[in-house]
Structure formats: C-alpha cells, structure tokens
Design a protein around this ligand. Structure first.
Ligand SMILES: Cc1cc2nc3c(=O)[nH]c(=O)nc-3n(C[C@H](O)[C@H](O)[C@H](O)COP(=O)(O)OP(=O)(O)OC[C@H]3O[C@@H](n4cnc5c(N)ncnc54)[C@H](O)[C@@H]3O)c2cc1C
Length: 410
C-alpha cells in the first residue's frame, strides 16, 4: 500500500474542523510532524463575514484556542456572554424566568460566542504558517491499516501517509472510525435546528436568552453590536415547514417567538437547518488510533457543550502526547492511548447523559414535565448554593481542567 509518494509523519489527523486544526497546531509546536486531511478547503480570513452557526465557548475552551495563537484573529468577531436567561414559556400559566449571571461566580463573563466559520478560518490561517503541518485539503482517507508501530493511510488522490498515530477528527459520520473498527451508539431525535444570524434594534446586553418550549428550545446568543445568533430547535416537520416560508414570514415568526425582547428582527444570514442526533463512541481508541470531537461524541446543541467538550478532548490528547514525548515514550502506544481513554471517558459520559436528559425535560409536551420545569426553575432561583453548583457544572468547566484549559503552556 505504501506508494512512492509516501509521507512519513508523526501524527496524521483526518478532519480539519476546529478541533482537528487546534490539535495539529498544538502538536506541531512540540516539534512533531503533522499531516492533516480534509475534503474541504477552509475559508480565508480576509473579508470574512460571520455565517450561520456559532459556538458559545467557555473561557476554558478559549484558553485552549489562545494556546494556538488563533484567538487574536477571532476576538473582534466574538461577543461576551455574561448572563444566561432561561424563560420557561410552555404556555401553561405565566412564563417563568431565571437569570444565571457570571458575576454570581465572581467571573466577568462565562465565555464568548463566535461564528464557526471565523474560528475555523482563523485556525486554518495559523496552521498554514506552521512549518511542521502538511495539509491535504481536497483529499480523504480511503484505506487504513495498522501494525505494531505504524498507521498507514491511503488517500483518494493516490498519496500515502505513514504515522505513529492517527487521530480521527472527521465529524459525526467519521469514516476513519469505521475503518478502525470502532463504533458509535447513535440516538436520532425527531428534531432539527435552524441557525442564522439576526439583526435587532435593541441591545442584547450580553444576555443569552433560552426560551424553553415543549417542541424544543429557542435560543438567542449575543454577537457583536446589535446582532445575535439564533438556534431554533423544533420537530423535524415544524422546522421543514418553517423553512418553506418566504423571508418576511420567517422574520415575523422569529420576531413573535422573541417576545420582542430584542426589538425589530431582520435576518443577517441565510437560515440553515441541522438534523439533531446524539452519539457516543463506547471506545475512544484503537491500535495507533484515537477519536476526538464529534467522531467521539455528538451532543444535543442545548446547553452549548459540544465544541467545548471537543476542545477538552484536544487539550487532553495534546497534553498526554507532550508528556510522553518529553520522556521519550512512544506517542502512539497502547499505554499513551489508555491514558487518553481514562482521562476523557468520565467527562464525555457525563455531558452526553446530561444533554440527553436536558432535552427530554425541555422538549416535552407532558403537563407533569411542564410543571416540573417551572418548579425546578423556582427551586433553582431560591436556593443560592444549588444555583451556584449548577452554574459551575454547566457554565464554568470543572471536569477535566488540564494545563491548557487553565491558560498554562503545553
Ligand atoms: C445547531 C448547533 C449549535 C451548536 N452550538 C454549539 C455551541 O454553542 N457551543 C458548543 O460548544 N458546541 C455547539 N455545537 C456543537 C459543535 O458545533 C460541534 O461539536 C463541533 O462543530 C464539532 O466539531 P467537529 O470538528 O467534530 O465536527 P465538524 O465541525 O463537523 O468538522 C468535521 C471536519 O471533518 C471533515 N470531514 C468530513 N468528512 C471527512 C473525511 N472523510 N475525511 C476527512 N475529513 C472529513 C469536515 O470537512 C470537517 O472539516 C452546536 C451544534 C449544532 C448542531
């Protein structure tokens, strides 16, 4: 299988999304040679406009991105998140509102909201300047074999790459996960999410507002100036019907659901829809092979945890590889991979179960659960230590806080 155009590298990463590129940059800075493969070529940063989907990133994730040097390119496009407002608006009795404020935890902000395309372009810009990173954009892995010391991959274009370790960062349908003989337990929801960017006439005051309604949450997340990103979750049928409307009706539908909190709404980007699933890989590693990000886990977007969890995979793997490389150990050995599996398992299971349960509680027509939702919000609001605990668990990251998450060097 190894052809004449074979590239010898330390680590090959399939998938150049934000997690794949972050890992590549961090590892390249250790002096390791990294090959990154992706069928898509990233957007360039020049004249970029924020599009469709955004990610609310906690401070710990921002610290990991800062370690790559890409955050300076992102920051001007991001908006701080200082309050999370939950409005239980299930239509039975009056709406119940609870505010979670970063200052209650002694923090200036919980993090920032940034559009995925800007984050991705910033990381690709930094990766392009790294001499230890070789990119294979427009290509993909068609075949993979492993032996005791090496992973060999063959690309669609005919090139071959040999590496000590292969990392799958190629998303929820990860083809290399399947090639490695690993699986994922997938739950499909009868739900989709509409995402887009909105202009509005009133300021958002850095408040992210989540309306909890029986068919799914409707969330407005601050963007710079008088803009917010929308994540509107509803049943598949409802979302398909909503997107069939013309622009004016769609704007009116969004306007009505915001309860006019942000004044007059207009669309700033074309709405896109995403089918929602959750997934978890029972095993994160194989022979000279590791899964990160959505190749390892997919969460419901409610709670905005997916990319944050992925960034903690990246940080954990980078730190373990750095520690092993520094003492001259094999960075792709079973021992190294067992450390990664052990370190990430708990955090991933916790978030996976949590996001599943949260969606069940919120997206539900049951009168009992509707009462439970309101009761829960009232209890949370009145018991200060409980509220603080929930904020620390959900909005400030306590699980798997490594060096990079805390802003320390790799
Ligand atoms: C509506 C919505 C809102 C969300 N909001 C938030 C939020 O606010 N906060 C948060 O933390 N998370 C959020 N998430 C989750 C977050 O977007 C994902 O966790 C994150 O994008 C996953 O990154 P990834 O690199 O694993 O996958 P992707 O972003 O899908 O990237 C996968 C990469 O693999 C590449 N690829 C595909 N096929 C191949 C192949 N055969 N070979 C090589 N490469 C391949 C793709 O081109 C892509 O570059 C949200 C998700 C949704 C659906």
């Amino acid at each position: 299988m190894i052809g004449r155009k074979n590239t010898q590298t330390d680590i090959v990463i399939s998938g150049a999304g934000a997690p794949g590129l972050t890992l590549a940059i961090l590892l390249a800075r250790l002096g390791l040679n990294i090959s990154v493969i992706d069928p898509h070529t990233p957007q360039t940063l020049k004249n970029i406009t924020p599009e469709g989907r955004t990610s609310a990133l906690m401070d710990s994730s921002i610290n990991i991105i800062k370690a790559t040097g890409a955050w300076d390119h992102c920051a001007p496009y991001g908006a701080a998140l200082s309050t999370l407002r939950i409005i239980d608006d299930s239509g039975q009795n009056a709406a119940k509102t609870v505010d979670f404020q970063s200052k209650e935890l002694g923090l200036e902000t919980f993090g920032m909201n940034i559009s995925n395309n800007v984050l991705h372009a910033a990381l690709a810009h930094v990766a392009a300047k790294e001499k230890n990173i070789k990119t294979f954009y427009g290509d993909l892995v068609t075949q993979m074999t492993q032996d005791d010391t090496t992973t060999n991959v063959e690309l669609r274009g005919g090139k071959t790459i040999s590496a000590t370790l292969m990392v799958a960062a190629d998303g929820r349908n990860s083809p290399t996960r399947t090639m490695a003989g690993l699986s994922a337990d997938i739950t499909t929801y009868d739900q989709k999410a509409i995402t887009c960017i909105l202009n509005h006439t009133k300021p958002h005051d850095n408040v992210s507002t989540e309306f909890h309604r029986p068919s799914g949450p409707f969330t407005l997340v601050p963007m710079p100036g008088k803009q917010s990103s929308l994540v509107w979750v509803d049943t598949t049928d409802n979302i398909d019907n909503i997107l069939r409307q013309n622009k004016d009706s769609l704007q009116r539908a969004i306007q009505q659901r915001t309860n006019n909190q942000l004044g007059e709404i207009t669309l700033a980007s074309t709405p896109q829809s995403w089918p929602l699933i959750s997934a978890i890989a029972p095993k994160l590693t194989g022979n000279r092979f590791a899964l990160i990000a959505e190749a390892a886990h997919v969460l419901h977007p409610m709670g905005a945890q997916g990319l944050n969890l992925s960034m903690r995979d990246v940080a954990a793997l980078a730190e373990i590889i750095a520690d092993q490389a520094r003492i001259g150990m094999d960075i792709g050995s079973d021992t190294t991979l067992a450390m990664y599996e052990k370190r990430r398992r708990h955090d991933i299971q916790l978030r996976h179960r949590g996001s599943f349960a949260l969606n069940k509680l919120v997206s539900n027509h049951s009168t009992f659960l509707s009462m439970a939702r309101k009761k829960t919000l009232s209890v949370i609001e009145t018991i200060e230590p409980l509220k603080k605990h929930l904020m620390q668990q959900g909005l400030q990251d306590y699980a798997d806080q490594g060096r990079l998450s805390q802003g320390q060097p790799l």
